[in-house]
Write a protein that binds this ligand. Structure first.
Ligand SMILES: [Zn+2]
Length: 66
């Protein structure tokens, strides 16, 4: 017995990944500042540490399995 899906699975997965990625990128993350080692919350990308005001560049390494 075989089941055929009419939906374009690859297209659907791309859309899901795109939405998941944009959601992740709009959040802030608790990280340890590499300069002063304080626990701070920063968004993805370049921002300044609220404690020592040094630049932090947060990159999310997002991978999807499958
Ligand atoms: Zn700092």
């Amino acid at each position: 017995m075989s089941v055929k899906f009419k939906i374009d699975e690859r297209k659907l997965m791309r859309e899901v990944q795109k939405q998941a990625t944009s959601k992740l990128n709009s959040q802030t993350y608790e990280v340890e500042c590499p300069h002063c080692h304080s626990k701070i919350r920063v968004p993805v990308g370049k921002s300044l540490c609220s404690i020592c005001h040094n630049e932090i560049n947060l990159n999310l390494d997002i991978t999807f399995e499958g």
